[in-house]
Design a binder for this molecule. Structure first.
Ligand code: ZN
Ligand code: ZN
Ligand code: FE
Length: 765
């Protein structure tokens, strides 16, 4: 008996070899019909022997191509047979609603890697080899549906050999949209800093390797933008790169040719190994091997840190570049200081010419700038610190359906934005710190690109409450969307954590971060809430402390150290025998403390991040930070994990006073207690405080679920201690894993809060 069915497969099904897969599946079962991409997914019209059709459907459901993510398989039985004579792959349909998930960029697959180093293969050493299972995707796609004509690869006409593969259903490059070879595809070339071509093709790679080995700095065009590269074992080159990039202390990302090479420098768990080897190819932060004799890396790659950020090659070009070098490369983002990374050749030649000695370029255009992603493992869970290449624009599935199409504009630092439809949140790649025009342009272009790719027209726009945020101002000036919703920063953090975990209802929300605008106009950051998606009631918070000099205090933790010290001890601070006080510039401090007293340029903050800064400075870890959060990160590194002693906050009243902690730290400092012990006791005090407050809220409100969010929880020592204490007291603890706990997760939180407000009818403003 014959049957005919139409099958619509939704999910991540385009650009992952779905049509060729369906084709071979149908042919094997002697089925006839066709398959094509349409705007909703992949549509299959198939007929043949009834049993074979049923098996065919089961196979699609349970054994799909590796890169696909099926969300639904809808079938419709059709009575009339079409009497197709064969099975074929149809052209894509461009009409209709565009809602096809676009896949992220995929690291080079094992098959392509084998061909890359196979002298008999026609793509031997071709730096742009790819196939249906690997290669660039999001970074080259200009529009949907995903077809070569809608990518930057349309500029290259396939040669006869490539076309034959592309059209051959038995070939693994059947409908591989970015396919190319040395004859027809993108070409690689090496230039000097003025853009003059020196070598091309394989010669360019050989020459580039020689330059790297001789200590030169190269700007290398990759998948989502430029890297600045140098020999990671060459201390002089690393130092020069650091100086010319105006990046004094921030750790550099490294690229190794293999897991074994990474293991030469870091201890790598099985889970971390999987992260490194995943097709997403993130930068993974790994514990540096304590025996530094094992590692020949200069300290300058990651000053002051006992971890290193490693990634494995993801573009074929990277494999060729590392081949035979026998050492890791620094592969840091191709930008100057805090600007966004370069992704266009001309721009790179202009902006990076003071840094790079040579440029390794190619003529495949990058349509969207996408940074490397950064992850860390906590036990066997992935913690995403920067969600970008390899992850974005994959949509996150949420546990409920959004009522409207929402655009959430995110925060200021580590910005991402988020668009919604149905039960999906489309969270953007990492945009960066919205502090300059170039980043803002990236943000704007990103929003337009996502709207087009996913065919989303926002009905609601959500923004932070901070009036000075560029993302807030963007939302305010946006015409068209009728509803605008402001969401408090820390409420967004907690809601983001809830959505990350798929929970609803009320929780104890603990938001600890750098700074976020509060509903009272002050800068919050050490907050406890009873929170749901629609509202957050602030239960308690760290006592307000002035930030002498405003945002300057972020880069100069000593200012917070001094103000906390004075709060705790008054003018007595000069009587104590403290190194911190000896280092203090008394004249500068006299001015600042007068400013703080009068409230001049000294906004008040309840930030836990700033308290970490204060402690780091008091114990001599860092008086001046080179990047936001540096003092807090290094405080974690310093802490002696075996230490279980703790200080104690004063939470006898309505708010939390840190002064007893500061006083005890001073006592310890005077007694010459080592910094690692003090740092550990401080971490334990914060974890203990969270437990104490959670207990009180549980006693009053009967809540026993705790959501932890905010940048401070990037500190794994604090996170681990807090979770351990809370779980031992029978709390259920929720933390982030799909979006960052830092401000990169804010856009998701904004979206779910706005949705909850709309559903409860309070969203109009
Ligand atoms: Zn491949
Ligand atoms: Zn070709
Ligand atoms: Fe934050």
């Amino acid at each position: 008996m014959s049957t005919r069915v139409q099958i619509l497969v939704r999910g991540v099904v385009q650009g992952v070899g779905f049509r060729p897969y369906i084709f071979s599946l149908a042919r094997r079962r002697d089925l006839r019909g066709h398959v094509f991409n349409n705007a909703s997914g992949v549509l299959i019209d198939v007929e043949g022997e009834t049993n074979a059709v049923e098996q065919f459907i089961q196979e699609i459901k349970f054994n799909p191509p590796p890169l696909s993510q099926i969300e639904s398989v809808e079938r419709r039985d059709i009575l009339a047979l079409a009497n197709h004579s064969e099975f074929r792959i149809g052209e894509s349909e461009s009409a209709g609603r565009k809602s096809v998930p676009i896949t992220a960029d995929v690291g080079v697959c094992a098959d392509c890697l084998r061909e890359l180093f196979d002298p008999r293969d026609r793509r031997f050493r071709y730096p742009f080899i790819n196939c249906v299972s690997c290669g660039p995707r999001f970074t080259i796609i200009e529009d949907v549906p995903y077809d070569r004509a809608k990518t930057t690869m349309r500029e290259f006409t396939m040669c006869a050999a490539c076309r034959a593969e592309y059209e051959n259903p038995d070939d693994r490059r059947f409908h591989a949209e970015p396919t190319a070879c040395a004859t027809c595809g993108p070409r690689l070339y090496l230039t000097d800093e003025s853009g003059r071509e020196l070598e091309n093709g394989d010669n360019a790679i050989g020459h580039a390797q020689g330059l790297l080995l001789s200590g030169k700095i190269l700007a290398i065009k990759g998948v989502g933008g430029f890297h600045l590269a140098c020999d990671a074992t060459n201390a002089g080159a690393v130092r020069r790169l650091r100086q010319s990039k105006y990046r004094e202390d921030k750790p550099f990302a490294l690229m190794a040719d293999s897991i074994e090479m990474v293991e030469g420098h870091c201890s790598v768990s099985a889970f971390e190994r999987d992260l490194l080897l995943s097709t997403r190819r993130p930068i993974a932060l790994l514990a540096r091997k304590p025996d530094s004799a094992v590692s020949n890396l200069p300290l300058a790659v990651a000053p002051g840190l006992n971890s290193l950020g490693f990634m494995l090659p993801y573009a074929p070009l990277h494999y060729l570049l590392l081949d035979g070098l026998n050492r890791p490369l620094v592969m840091t983002s191709g930008n100057v200081s805090d600007e966004p990374i370069c992704y266009e050749d001309r721009d790179a030649l202009e902006r990076l010419d003071k840094i790079a000695d040579f440029f390794l370029l190619h003529d495949r255009r990058i349509h969207v700038r996408v940074d490397d992603s950064v992850v860390r493992a906590r036990e066997n869970r992935e913690i995403i610190l920067r969600r970008s290449r390899g992850y974005a624009p994959r949509a996150l599935k949420i546990s409920f359906k959004f009522a409207r199409v929402i655009l959430a504009c995110g925060a200021e630092l580590k910005n991402t934005f988020c668009l919604t439809r149905g039960d999906h949140a489309f969270i953007s790649h990492h945009i960066g710190d919205l502090e300059n025009l170039e980043t803002f342009r990236s943000f704007e272009q990103g929003v337009e690109h996502f709207k087009r790719l996913f065919n989303l027209n926002p009905e609601v726009v959500v923004h932070d409450l901070h009036p000075a945020y560029i993302s807030t101002q963007y939302a305010m000036t946006l015409a068209g969307a009728s509803v605008k919703v402001g969401v408090q920063h820390h409420h967004a953090h907690i809601a983001s954590c809830m959505a990350d975990n798929g929970i609803e209802g009320e929780v104890i929300g603990v938001a600890m971060d750098g700074l976020g605008y509060g509903t009272d106009g002050r800068l919050w950051g050490g907050e406890f809430f009873v929170a749901g998606l629609a509202r957050a009631d602030r239960v308690t918070h760290l006592e307000y402390t002035p930030m002498p000099g405003g945002t300057k205090a972020i880069r100069e933790p000593w200012r917070m150290g001094a103000i906390h010290l004075r709060r705790a001890l008054g003018d007595e601070i000069f009587d104590r025998n403290l190194d911190f006080v000896k280092r203090l510039d008394r004249r500068a401090w006299a001015t600042l403390s007068r400013m703080a007293e009068r409230g001049v340029n000294s906004p008040e903050t309840s930030s836990m991040g700033r308290l970490f800064d204060a402690v780091a400075s008091l114990i001599g870890v860092h008086d001046v930070a080179c990047y936001e959060g540096q003092a807090a990160i290094e405080l974690e590194m310093v802490a002696d994990e075996s230490q279980d002693d703790s200080y104690e906050f004063d939470y006898s009243g309505v708010i939390i006073k840190p002064s007893p902690v500061i006083c005890d730290i001073v006592t310890d400092l005077v007694r010459r207690v080592p910094a690692p012990v003090i740092a550990a006791k401080f971490h334990n005090a914060v974890a203990g405080l969270i437990l104490e407050v959670a207990r009180r809220i549980r006693a009053e409100r009967g809540l026993d679920r705790v959501a932890l969010s905010g940048g401070v929880f990037q500190n794994l020592l604090l996170l681990n201690r807090t979770i351990r204490l809370l779980e031992a007291a029978d709390f259920e603890v929720f933390t982030h894993s799909r979006v960052p706990t830092n401000d990169g997760g804010i856009s998701l939180g904004q979206a779910v809060v706005a949705d909850a407000l709309i559903k409860s009818g309070e969203g109009r403003s």
